[in-house]
Design a protein around this ligand. Structure first.
Ligand code: URA
Length: 235
């Protein structure tokens, strides 16, 4: 990796700031002054210091984000704020959201640059569980629960996989949690449409054992803990 890229990714400064630092002699690689921004370094083995401080390198970063409604799950968008716009404390340019939540959906979203993990979590073969809290227009019934448990037809080639519906409140407006093990387009909304009901509010509470912490407010994020990473490593 180029030295200037390394220093940018580790948050030392912008590309032009780190170039200036390198040219000023503030940066050493394995104890020797590095004068060129394009110097190639081994980010996993070389010891890089800036102004006397060792710069630690982390190949992968993992963040648990509480997505608010009104932002799109994408890295770029011409119209709306994206989930990446909230990650202000990291300089990494290669981060991306794992999976997708709709514009109006809130809740847990994993953001990382670990492509292999993302692939495992999103692979249809892995049946990774995701639990949502939803407010539904209309009375959710035991029959809906049974239909979801059997695997309901939602207009795709195959019916949805069996899903677990818990009715928290049944009435004119119902409240439920729903655990699904797939990630089809608008899946929760389409499952309720299939029983003639409309999702009014949707929030993802958990995914692959990661749970949205109560203290993490919409728009906030934090790095995954060692325990959370360990758990994901076993998927
Ligand atoms: N299902 C949906 O319908 N929307 C989401 O954002 C997530 C799951």
């Amino acid at each position: 990796m180029r030295l200037d890229k390394f220093l940018t990714e580790t948050g030392v400064g912008t590309r032009s700031e780190v170039k200036k630092l390198i040219k000023s002699g503030a940066v050493t690689v394995n104890g020797a002054r590095a004068g060129k921004p394009e110097l190639k370094i081994d980010e996993n083995a070389d010891v890089v210091c800036c102004c006397g401080q060792t710069i630690a390198y982390q190949a992968y970063e993992y963040y648990l984000f509480h997505k608010p409604a009104g932002c799109v799950t994408a890295t770029e968008d011409g119209l709306h704020r994206t989930v990446m716009d909230y990650l202000t404390q990291t300089a990494r340019k290669d981060l991306f959201p794992v999976g997708r939540l709709d514009l109006d959906t809130e809740g847990l979203l994993l953001i990382t640059n670990d492509g292999a993990l993302a692939h495992r979590l999103l692979s249809p073969a892995h049946h990774v569980p995701k639990t949502y809290f939803a407010k539904i227009a209309g009375c959710v019934t035991e029959e809906d629960k049974e239909l979801f448990a059997q695997g309901i037809e939602i207009g795709d080639d195959k019916p949805a996989r069996p899903a677990s519906l818990v009715i928290l409140k049944a009435g004119e407006e119902s409240e439920v949690t729903l655990t699904i093990t797939e990630g089809r387009f608008h899946q929760v909304k389409r499952m309720f449409e299939a029983v003639g009901k409309k999702v009014l509010y949707l929030k993802r509470l958990s995914m692959a054992g990661l749970v949205l912490p109560e203290e993490l407010l919409p728009g906030e994020y934090r790095a995954l803990t060692a325990e959370e990473l360990d758990m994901l490593g076993r998927i």
